[in-house]
Ligand binder design. Structure first.
Ligand code: AMP
Length: 397
């Protein structure tokens, strides 16, 4: 089955057409600046990237542009839309309602909409993509794959905040976690690569990208993760602060004469390694700045690594030991020195890294030495493939 995987944001739409049997990516692309002006890049598997600057006034127009590109005579990869067997949508927040992927129908849309308050930036944008696809391809089955679903196995002791229980009962204020599709995919890969028994294994997955989170995976199930009600909790990220004393919010608001919304914007968009360094949210820029002697960049990177290491320590306790640690996503897959700096804290677990093996970028590899007490891996994540697999599986393919 050919599955169109859609990841729809407020002004962008990423897509891949994947053959679910061969797992080949037939085409991939990105529509950007939707509702502003419009820019599209489309890359067929066997050809060069095509860039188009046609207007994309709304998401419906973007989906139309994607379907035209996929069936285009020159750079298309299918002869008619009838070849698309299903659409798999990335959906960010499924609240407590969705512990697994679902076939999308009117009821599911209403239930996802009910979670909009929990992810006001993401869920409405995801649903715009769902609605646009349903309108244009009413007979094609669609599946929703949630970022939060994998973490629904967390026990109450991990997902409850230490606040009055009525806030959980009445408003569902709790920790949900994100990046679940990635954590699940990578955990399954490490079971295979490390020859672990999936039903008797303790894995810590470090998804380190612009957004970053660490998950403790016991017997294939998420038992704790660093993000919370929103993706702001946990690690220091590209632009997000991660954990802080909630008292900081009121203090900054008073000192800087900011509203609550303005402080949260600072914590989401102007903090993390960007805010700490004053240089960039991108680890390539930070590394360059560090090499040129920029001390603030160095402290930002140290704080990032230290926070990751502390979470690994905490999750080793949560799992009562650890069999394998995995690094994935932009930083985790590419930045050897960051992996190295994090693992430097883990000598107490008997972890040693082979720096030659650690020089790997964007490929599956074991980077620990043979005598390391815990195996450490780099595993590139592949959320699109995971969504295509889930979609095909739910539709009985
Ligand atoms: P992601 O959100 O998973 O796409 O990761 C994006 C982040 O990965 C970027 O902001 C960079 O900080 C980081 N990154 C990507 N490539 C490299 C690289 N070669 N070296 C260091 N960091 C990288």
């Amino acid at each position: 089955m050919k599955v169109l995987v859609i990841n729809c944001g407020s002004s962008s739409l990423k897509y891949q057409l994947i053959d679910s049997r061969s797992e080949e990516v037939l085409a991939a692309g990105l529509c950007e600046r939707i509702g502003i002006d419009g820019r599209m890049t489309h890359t067929p598997s066997s050809g060069n990237t095509v860039v188009k600057n046609d207007p994309l006034p709304d998401h419906g127009a973007a989906i139309q542009a994607v379907l035209s590109a996929l069936t285009d005579k020159a750079h298309g990869v299918i002869s008619s839309l009838g070849e698309i067997g299903a659409v798999g949508h990335r959906l960010v927040h499924g609240g407590e309602k969705f512990a697994a992927s679902v076939i999308i129908n009117d009821e599911v849309i209403a239930e996802v909409e009910a979670c909009n308050d929990l992810a006001p930036l993401h869920n409405p944008a995801n649903l715009i993509g769902v609605r646009a696809c349903r309108q244009i391809m009413p007979d094609v089955p669609m599946v929703g794959v949630f970022d939060t679903a994998f973490h629904q196995t967390m026990p109450p002791k991990a997902y409850l905040y230490g606040i009055p229980h009525q806030y959980y009962q009445e408003h569902k204020v709790r920790r949900y976690g994100f990046h679940g599709t990635s954590h699940n995919y990578v955990a399954k890969r490490v079971h295979h690569l490390a020859e672990l028994d999936p039903d008797n294994s303790r894995v810590i997955v470090c998804h380190l990208g612009n957004g970053a989170s660490v998950t403790a995976v016991k017997n294939g199930k998420s038992v704790d993760t660093s993000m919370g009600l929103t993706p702001l909790e946990g690690l220091i990220m590209g632009t997000r602060s991660g954990d802080l004393d909630p008292g900081v919010i009121e203090y900054i608001a008073k000192k800087e004469h900011l509203t609550l919304e303005e402080v949260l914007k600072v914590l989401n968009k102007e903090s993390g390694v960007l805010g700490l360094s004053g240089v960039s949210s991108d680890f390539r820029d930070l590394t360059e700045a560090m090499e040129q002697g920029n001390e603030q960049a160095a402290v930002a990177v140290e704080a990032f690594c230290y926070r990751v290491a502390k979470h690994i320590g905490a999750y080793t306790a949560a799992l009562n030991g650890v069999d394998a640690i995995v690094f994935t996503a932009g930083i985790g897959e590419n930045a050897a020195h960051i992996r190295s700096m994090i693992c430097d804290y883990l000598g107490f677990l008997g972890i040693t890294i082979d720096e030659e093996k650690n020089a790997v970028r964007g490929k599956e590899a074991e980077i620990s030495t043979p005598d390391s007490k815990v195996s450490v891996f780099v595993i590139p994540t592949n959320e699109e493939l995971a969504i295509a697999r889930e979609t095909a599986a739910l539709l009985g393919e």
